[in-house]
Design a protein around this ligand. Structure first.
Ligand code: ADP
Ligand code: MG
Length: 340
């Protein structure tokens, strides 16, 4: 059955059930002009939004299933809430749908959304359905809350802080490459790309452990670390040897004769966290949550990132790791920026 067979209202009817996973905070859900929800006393509200476009963010049958699309459209939003230290509570969404789309595919996309919403106790409070003559577009806006005054910004890094990341970096873009090549195996990488895990639990622990600055890694470590350095007006010095890279990513990079650092610094959609905090607080955090790795330190200075490796420090621009792109050109703009 095509969506054009049942129309906009038939579609809404087909997807509106099983959308409430945090019932205590909903007054009115899907079905009226607007949704009505309650907030928690003492908490401040967080709002985020993200859009995914068929063909640019995903290719059905190649890099994602419809289930994955729904799951990831929500995951990227929950990651932004995690990156503020918040608890996600609700979302609304907008879908621009081709008239010839199969209801089974759309239902599968909603199954993906509902699965992650169930997992993290997030309500789907409503949406908008419009016709698209081209690609499917899905926009999700999510809401969350954090204790008043406790949201963790990018701007709070202080000289003397430890710089750390969660889990491994680069798996998702490695996974995208695996999928685009149609290669078998590398499940860890392809899962990281298709069904990313928003780091909500860690975000909450970072609030509890007085984290100073926080960002999620949606555009690669080079870009995200520079965002913290710039917003905080400090220098981040990263030690390449300490950056956690999964054996699977190293294996894939070796098999492709590519540089795994390209995925780490320039890749995207890891949805891991990069953060800075006082060394003592970091030790306490690590006791409670071992899957975090110190990768560098914060120094006083003017909003840039240095990468330490083989006894040298070189500037790491937000655009990332140039070595891969300039292969054969002797790492232009990279070695030239050596710090003395
Ligand atoms: P209105 O015309 O008042 O904007 P709609 O007819 O667009 O309302 O939507 C009716 C109800 O269905 C609203 O509660 C809206 O939030 C919900 N809704 C519409 N489209 C979607 C969608 N794609 N997913 C979830 N809920 C939706
Ligand atoms: Mg109305």
């Amino acid at each position: 059955m095509k969506i054009s067979d049942i129309g906009e209202f038939g579609f809404i009817d087909a997807v509106k059930d099983n959308t409430i996973f945090r019932p205590q905070s909903v007054v009115v859900g899907i079905g009226d002009d607007g949704a009505v929800y309650k907030t928690t006393a003492g908490m401040e509200q967080i709002a985020v939004i993200d859009t995914m476009v068929e063909g640019s963010h995903f290719i059905i049958g190649k890099t994602a299933s419809w289930y994955d699309v729904g799951y990831k459209a929500v995951a990227s939003n929950l990651s932004d809430i995690a990156a503020m230290g918040g608890v996600p509570t609700h979302l609304v969404l907008s879908t621009a749908i081709r008239p010839d789309m199969d209801m089974a595919d759309l239902t599968e996309m909603y199954d993906g959304m509902k699965a992650i919403c169930r997992k993290y106790g997030v309500n789907i409070l409503g949406g908008d359905t419009v016709l698209s003559k081209g690609s499917l577009v899905i926009t999700v806006a999510a809401f969350g809350e954090v204790e008043a005054g406790k949201a963790i910004c990018r701007s709070g890094a202080k000289a003397g802080d430890v710089v750390a990341v969660s889990h491994c970096v680069g798996d998702s873009s490695g996974g995208l490459d695996v999928l685009l090549h149609g290669a078998e195996g590398y499940k860890r990488l392809t899962q990281a790309h298709k069904l990313p895990v928003p780091q909500i639990e860690l975000g909450r622990l970072l609030v509890a452990h007085h984290c100073h600055s926080l960002n999620d890694i949606s555009d690669g470590l080079a870009s995200e670390s520079n965002e913290i350095a710039k917003a905080s007006g400090v220098v981040l010095v990263l030690d390449r040897a300490r950056i956690p890279v999964s054996p699977e990513l190293q294996q894939w990079a070796a098999a492709q004769h590519t540089d795994c650092w390209h995925y780490v610094f320039n890749g995207g959609e890891d949805y891991e966290l990069i953060f800075t905090m006082a060394p003592r607080d970091f030790d306490a955090l690590q006791q409670e949550y071992p899957d975090v790795t110190a990768i560098g330190t914060v120094e006083a200075g003017k909003g840039c990132v240095y990468l330490q490796h083989d006894g040298q420090q070189t500037l790491l621009p937000p655009s990332g790791w140039n070595h891969f792109r300039n292969e054969g050109e002797h790492t232009i703009g990279y070695n030239d920026a050596r710090r003395t």
